[in-house]
Design a protein around this ligand. Sequence first.
Ligand SMILES: Cc1cc2nc3c(=O)[nH]c(=O)nc-3n(C[C@H](O)[C@H](O)[C@H](O)COP(=O)(O)O)c2cc1C
Length: 278
Amino acid sequence: MTGGADLSGTINRNLAAAAQRLGIGMMLGSQRVVLDTARGEEAATSFAVRDVAPDVLLFGNIGLAQMTKDAVPHIVRALDRVGADVLAVHTNPLQEAIQRNGDTDFSGSLHRLHDLAGMLGYPVLLKEVGHGIGAAAVAKLLRLSGEPPVAAIDVAGAGGTSWSRVEQLVRYGELRYPDLADWGIPTAQAILDVRHALPVIPLVASGGIRTGMDAAKALALGADVVAIARPLLGPAIESADAAIDWLQRFIDELRICLHGCAAADLRALRNVEVVSTP
Ligand SMILES: Cc1cc2nc3c(=O)[nH]c(=O)nc-3n(C[C@H](O)[C@H](O)[C@H](O)COP(=O)(O)O)c2cc1C
C-alpha cells in the first residue's frame, strides 16, 4: 500500500512482521518515489522490510505508466535493494485520469510491458488497483504474442477500495463524478473472466476481500490467492500485533469455511460447487 514517508515505513514494517509471523506474502506500495533521484535515497528506507521479514514472498510495485526502457535499470535496482521476489506492475488509468497531474499517457504501454517484462530478471504480476482486470484486458494481453507476458495476474476488481472515489475526494473534496466512483469489473466477475481465459495462470483476487468467507468464495471461483489492502491500513498503523490479530481472525474464518465445504485444503475449495443467487 505504501512507501516514501516515515509513517509508510512503520506501516510496511508492521505488515512485514505480521506476514513473517503468519507465513503469508506482502506487497510494497509503489516504488515510483525511489526512481526519483532527488528523493529516492531517503524514500528507500521506508521500503526496507527484509530484516523483519526474511522469508516472506515480497512483491515490489511500480506503475505501468512508469515502466519504460530507461527506467528498467532503476526499477531493477529498487527491487534488488528491498530484496523483492516479484515485481507487481499496476495499471490504473482511471485513477490517473482523476488525479491532479496524473500520468495519463498509457499509449503503447502493453507493448512496453511485453518488451520489458523479460528484461527485469524478476517475474511480473500485473494488477489493477480496484477497477478490475477482465476479459477484454486479457484478450489484449494475449493478442501481443499468444501468451500473457506476465507470470501472474491480480484482478484487483471493483467492490472494495475505489481509487476513482478517493482521488475525487482528495482533489475536489466531493464526488464530482459519482458514476465513475463505482466504475469497474466486480472482483467475482473478474476472477471468472480471467480464469476462463487463462486456466492455469497464478491468479490473485483483491478488491473488496474483507472476510475469510470472501476469501473462500474468491478461491472457489478460481483464484489461487487473495490479497487485502484497505482493512489492514488501520491495524498496520497501530502495530504488528494488531495486523496479526486482524489476519488471524480472517484465517480462522477461512478455515471454518473449508470445514463447512468439506474441503481438506485450499486447493480442494476449487472443486466446491458454487451457486449464484440473484
Ligand atoms: C492505502 C492504499 C494504498 C494503495 N497503494 C497501492 C500502490 O501503491 N500500488 C498498487 O498497485 N496498489 C495500491 N493499492 C491498491 C491495492 O493493492 C488493491 O488492489 C485495492 O486497494 C483493492 O483492495 P482492497 O479493496 O482490499 O483495498 C492501494 C490500496 C490502498 C487501500
